[in-house]
Design a protein around this ligand. Structure first.
Ligand SMILES: *Cc1c(COP(=O)(O)O)cnc(C)c1O
Length: 356
């Protein structure tokens, strides 16, 4: 049976990226060696990381003055690296979910944290509005897509101070105006590649403003100066990212990807909104295009387990909601084909007909 992979992360990748990665593991470009067996200092790897960086810059239209890094440690290490390198006295954070809370926790180690807005009062089912970004803070940190709760800041906000964004789960899902951000980071394993590599896009201007000493591995300046190779980078994971980036370019870039993502999300949100049995969990205007959360209405609540079984029997994978929201979550990342979203919608409609 065909599987429809709605996993939240690690998650679906373009089939071609998986296949080409498998080939490179067996034999990299006819070299007779595996991608896993060559030095990261070898020219065959240098061209891989160079092309990945170049494609990142091309697809996101990254202007002059920015660097792209491929590091280890996951987005969670960026929760530390960001304040380590940028927080001198005070930082502003928007609290939009579990990942934002973790970022805030780490920042507090380094200085004062001003939480300018929070949606904790409603279990993070909306994006706070009308908050003020303090002009004297060192930076303002946002999480553009809240993977667990299914909300998303879908436009590039204006910030009077350097804007830092965790884009782990919506990077490359739409064109963005990079010039509005000072630093963007994320784990690759949601929308870009396998677990193990973390991308960072950052502008030169923001560095060198803190007094503290920074350990080498956590120092952006040292990572930039060494082209992401201060130590051995996650070579294999970077290769698969490159394959995903090539796939995006082949499709026509981020405008095409955005249209595909909007189409998929609309298909599923329309089905949820028009259903007598299911309902969405988030404020409509803040709904994520990447992680679509829904539950059964109160009067059908006891049918959630049986829908889960039914969906599984139809090939749906990974639609269980995070424990902090319950119900269901369908992650519709870039690589998810519209056919799979249609299959989920059909499955919901069939179940509703049979159980009403
Ligand atoms: C998954 C996720 C993280 C954590 O990423 P790791 O690479 O596991 O540290 C952080 N932020 C967001 C928005 C995520 O979705």
């Amino acid at each position: 049976m065909k599987k429809h992979n709605f996993n939240a992360g690690p998650s679906i990748l373009p089939r071609i990226a998986v296949e080409n990665s498998a080939k490179a593991i067996l034999d990299l470009n006819g070299s007779g060696l595996s991608l896993l067996e060559i030095s990261h200092r070898h020219k065959d790897f240098q061209v891989i990381i160079d092309e990945a960086e170049a494609l990142f810059k091309e697809l996101l239209k990254i202007p002059e003055g920015y660097h792209v890094l491929f590091l280890g440690g996951g987005a969670s290490t960026q929760f530390v690296m960001v304040p380590y390198n940028l927080l001198q006295t005070q930082a502003a954070y928007l609290e939009t979910g579990a990942w934002a809370k973790k970022a805030i926790k780490e920042a507090k180690i380094f200085g004062e944290v001003n939480v300018v807005g929070s949606s904790a009062d409603k279990n993070f089912n909306y994006i706070p509005k009308g908050y003020t970004i303090p002009a004297d803070a060192d930076y303002f940190h946002i999480t553009t897509n809240n993977t667990i709760f299914g909300t998303e800041i879908k436009h590039d906000i204006n910030s009077p101070i350097p804007l830092v964004a965790d884009m782990s789960s919506d990077i490359l899902s739409r064109p963005i105006d990079i010039s509005k951000y000072a630093l963007i980071y994320g784990g690759a394993q949601k929308n870009l590649g396998p677990a193990g590599v973390t991308f960072v896009i950052l502008h030169d201007d923001i560095l060198g403003k803190v007094d503290r000493k920074i350990p080498s591995m956590l120092d952006y300046k040292i990572q930039i100066d060494n082209g992401s190779m201060y130590n051995t980078p996650p070579c294999f994971a970077i290769y698969t990212c490159l394959e995903t980036l090539r796939w995006i370019k082949g499709l026509g870039g981020l405008t095409t990807i955005q249209a595909m993502n909007e189409k998929k999300a609309k298909l599923l949100y329309d089905a949820i909104d028009n259903s007598t049995m299911f309902m969405g969990t988030t404020a409509i205007k803040d709904r994520s295009l990447m992680n679509i959360c829904f539950v059964m209405k109160e009067e059908y609540k006891e049918k959630e387990d049986s829908f889960m079984e039914y969906a599984k029997s139809k090939g749906m994978v990974g639609i269980k909601g995070h424990r902090s929201v319950g119900g269901f979550r369908a992650s519709t990342y870039n690589a998810m084909p519209v056919e799979s979203v249609q299959a989920l919608v059909d499955c919901m409609k069939e179940f509703e007909l049979e159980n009403n």
